[in-house]
Design a protein. Structure first.
Length: 664
């Protein structure tokens, strides 16, 4: 069975791609019929991703059992000595990523049936989800940088289509353009880095690039600074894809897409691609300390930045979006600190609990829409929620499990992965650990702020005064809709079942990486790393590190409880006492305003100046040439009159002129 599995592993991305193609052809050729058979289309796509999921887990099990990595390739293009191969590679890193992507994609697609049930674009949405999953799966199995780049751009295109799915909303149209443009900045850096590495090493294969680059720098054939520059340029790709500072600004706006795609982007596809590429490029980047430091500090700053902004967000999806930015910062910081398997472990645990948290937020929004109508300003604002645990017990319970996981409370999944990152980071650089530790406390505070505001206390959704304030603040006039319920309701089973399934890995998957028997690290260790009897487990050190991270997490939770559940502390009074800091967080460190002024307004000003140059200099030169031609032509036509005497006179004058000049 195993040889068969490895031989046909290429079907894992091909099956969802086939599903997307079949539905897409149906939409183009027989649109009305395809849209009427909406659930049949969903079943086709779900069946294909289901088969891909089964194959992914079979391959993962095979790798756990110790099967050798499998590489298959064929020549795609050749010119002289240049040969470009394509194919696929199946190794522990690939199989872990395949399992994550397929399971989250499958559960998101099941959830979509309930969430998008009344949307006219139901079938189109399934086609987009399927091609998005196929693109990410293709990226994961890619054996070289060219193939990675092809699928990298496909993932970017799919995110553009999905973020702007409701393209008739201006906010969604703007958000998908912003995501596309910001990602082009990072992708341009990645392309330059790939070309630079090929110029230096003559290869696109990951292991070959790593070996040759190190040899070239060691022998002095290539300047170390140039190799470092190539590494940082490649890192620009993950900076944009995984929403790291300063290219993080697109991710919160991506919330304008439907919630299922928010879950898929934030858990297993788009943002995971960046961390995955750092892992794949690890043999290339690790020998260069400057590159690793840039990666580590970018991650640490991003982790703190995301958490500090999430504290003040009132939109439930925006709060989760900044939470994702912060958690991605943890993963990138781990990679830069040399904690390779810890970063990947957090990628895995985060994929499950963050997918669940986003799907929970979608369930909450679905329930709120029954009360406030299809108005995202009202349906997503936590100030209008409260007391939802009574009406939506499954959603509330699973959200609480996700909260405990992301806050690093044992024994939930996030505790083991986050604690491993903090422990290893402390060994590498205590300053990085301090940033990560403080971020852990802030994370616990804002996540439980979200939980208490949403699920505890009194339901505020029917309070017309709060509704009016929120609409007025957004500059929107209140609409009228008679079909509202008095209270929200639990979501249908197609939405609650994926939540219940995701709650299991969110609670238990961390046990795969317990420090005294780290199975995950044994499976996915850094390339070239020889695992000593996993650095003898030091119980005292573990208890100190784990105690400190759990301790600050509990302080954050207690503070959130006192403010938003017990109401012993008035958060409004604190906000007023530190108004500048509160505004700094509420306005997202003013990045959007800064970028708008510098890049949007600045590029418009530059375009206007270029237009002036074009109009005055370029057009002026062309127009002047034309004018000279016209004037000289008009003048010369009087000399061409056909009279011989006149021509003789001109010749005489010319000869006379020559004589006078020569005599001088």
């Amino acid at each position: 069975m195993e040889p068969f599995l490895y031989e046909y592993a290429w079907l894992i991305p091909a099956l969802p791609l086939l599903g997307a193609a079949l539905v897409g052809i149906g939409l183009i050729s027989v649109n009305n019929v395809t849209n009427k058979l909406r659930q049949l289309n969903a079943v086709v796509i779900l069946s294909l991703i289901g088969v891909a999921t089964t194959m992914a887990f079979a391959l993962l099990w095979s790798q756990i059992q110790g099967h050798a990595p499998y590489n298959r390739s064929f020549e795609w293009a050749a010119a002289g000595s240049f040969h470009l191969t394509m194919g696929y590679v199946i190794d522990p890193l690939t199989t872990v990523m395949l399992a994550i992507v397929t399971t989250v994609a499958l559960l998101v697609m099941i959830y979509t049936d309930g969430y998008m049930a009344h949307d006219a674009g139901y079938v189109r949405f399934y086609a987009y989800l399927s091609i998005f999953s196929a693109s990410m799966l293709g990226l994961v199995i890619s054996p070289n940088l060219v193939q990675v780049y092809i699928f990298w751009e496909l993932v970017g295109m799919c995110s553009y289509l999905l973020i702007g799915f409701w393209y008739d909303r201006k906010a969604a149209a703007d958000a998908c353009q912003k995501a596309f443009v910001v990602n082009r900045v990072g992708d341009f850096g990645l392309l330059l880095g790939i070309l630079g590495l090929y110029w230096a090493t003559g290869s696109f294969e990951f292991a070959v690039i790593g070996e040759r680059l190190e040899e070239l720098v060691a022998s002095g054939a290539l300047a170390g600074g140039l190799a470092t520059l190539f590494g940082i340029l490649v890192f620009l790709g993950p900076v944009a894809k995984s929403a790291q500072f300063p290219l993080h600004v697109w991710l919160p706006d991506a919330m304008e897409g439907p919630t299922p795609i928010s879950a898929l982007i934030h858990a297993a596809t788009m943002v995971a691609a960046g961390v995955f590429l750092i892992a794949r490029m690890y043999p290339v980047l690790e020998p260069f300390p400057v590159v690793m430091n840039v990666i580590a500090w970018t991650g640490a700053l991003t982790a703190f930045l995301g958490a500090s902004i999430a504290i003040t967000q009132n939109d439930i999806k925006k709060g989760l979006a900044y939470s994702t930015i912060s958690q991605l910062g943890y993963m990138v910081m781990a990679m830069g600190s040399g904690a390779y398997s810890a970063g990947l472990f957090h990628l895995m645990t985060h994929a499950y609990f963050k997918a669940m948290l986003f799907l929970c937020s979608g369930s909450v929004i679905h329930g709120m829409e029954a009360v406030v109508g299809h108005n995202p300003i009202l349906a997503q604002d936590m100030r209008l929620m409260g007391g939802l645990r009574k009406y939506m017990p499954i959603t509330a319970t699973t959200f609480l499990i996700g909260n405990l996981a992301i806050c690093g409370i044992p024994p939930f999944a996030g505790f083991w992965s986050k604690d491993e990152i903090l422990g290893l980071t402390f060994g590498a650089n205590p300053a990085l650990w301090l940033v990560g530790w403080l971020t852990a406390g802030i994370t616990a505070f804002y996540m439980f702020r979200m939980y208490f505001l949403t699920f505890e206390g009194k339901f505020r959704g029917t309070d017309t005064a709060i509704q009016g304030e929120l609409l007025a603040a957004a500059g929107v006039s209140a609409g009228h809709d008679d079909h509202h319920d008095d209270k929200p309701h639990e979501s249908p089973w197609t939405m609650t079942l994926p939540l219940a399934i995701l709650a299991i890995p969110s609670a238990l998957i961390g046990f795969a990486g317990v420090p005294w028997h780290n199975r995950f690290e044994h499976l996915v260790h850094a390339p070239g790393e020889v695992l000593a009897a996993v650095a003898e487990f030091d119980q005292t050190e573990f208890l100190i590190m784990a105690g400190s991270s759990v301790g600050i997490g509990l302080i954050g939770i207690a503070l959130a409880g006192l403010m938003y559940a017990q109401k012993v502390i008035d958060p409004g009074a604190i906000a007023r006492s530190i108004q500048p800091l509160y505004n700094f967080s509420l306005n997202k460190w003013y990045f959007d305003e800064l970028y708008h002024r510098v890049f949007v307004i600045g590029s418009r000003r530059l375009a206007r100046q270029m237009l002036e140059i074009d109009y005055r200099v370029v057009d002026g030169a062309v127009n002047f040439t034309g004018l000279v031609t016209v004037v000289t032509g008009q003048g010369l036509k009087y000399l061409e009159n056909g009279r011989v005497q006149f021509y003789a006179l001109i010749i005489f004058a010319a000869v006379l002129g020559f004589v006078v000049v020569s005599s001088i």
